[in-house]
Design a protein around this ligand. Structure first.
Ligand code: ZN
Ligand code: ZN
Length: 201
């Protein structure tokens, strides 16, 4: 919650604030990337008093943590998110007049945010701005080659990585499978069939 009492209600009044807050929970894209709960978030705010309320413009900076969608390597990201929102005085309509017939613009009011006793809640606004600024598909590097489809090795660590047509580890596993199920090789399906194919090359 932020206080606008110091700003006052005189239109044109301006106040700049910088504050570091603890990031609330659920700031990010679940299971992909986000700003950890409790991590410091730097806020730069500009509060401007206008006829109908307070216009809040700001920037949030924080470090997000997630993992590369291709190679699953943990990654960190310095995040900067801009936001702007109007918080209206509860007793004024959108042109700053005192409301004489409440409920008149009920539909317009649904999307409006209001000051409560001169306070405004920045959290929902911040959460939206941060989530928007996050990559949906974070990668550890632009050209991350991902993981080897055969053994799961991280290809960025081992660019020359390749498998011979008959991989010795698969051959060993296949030998084991053959000894357990003699003679029914043709009935295998799915992943095991794929292994057979590679071996036959
Ligand atoms: Zn990666
Ligand atoms: Zn491999």
């Amino acid at each position: 919650m932020f206080d606008t009492h110091e700003l006052g209600r005189r239109p044109g009044a301006l106040q700049r604030l910088t504050r570091t807050v603890d990031t609330p929970g659920d700031f990010g894209i679940q299971g992909v990337i986000g700003v950890p709960e409790g991590a410091p978030m730097e806020l730069e705010l500009r509060l401007e008093s206008v006829m109908e309320g307070v216009l809040v413009t700001g920037t949030a900076r924080a470090s997000a943590e997630g993992e590369c969608v291709r190679c699953l390597e943990p990654l960190g990201l310095e995040l900067e998110a801009d936001f702007q929102e109007m918080f209206s005085y509860p007793d004024a309509d959108d042109r700053g007049r005192a409301i004489t017939e409440p409920g008149d613009d009920a539909e317009d009011d649904e999307d409006r945010l209001f000051l409560e006793d001169g306070l405004f809640d920045l959290e929902p606004l911040l959460r939206d701005a941060v989530v928007l600024a996050l990559p949906m598909q974070p990668v550890c590097q632009e050209d991350c080659p991902g993981l080897c489809s055969e053994c799961g090795a991280r290809l960025a660590d081992d660019p020359d990585h390749h498998h011979d047509a008959v991989d010795i580890r698969w051959a060993a596993l296949q030998g084991l499978a053959d000894s357990l199920e003699p003679g029914d090789k043709d009935e295998k399906s799915g992943a095991e069939a794929g292994v057979d194919e590679k071996q036959e090359k």
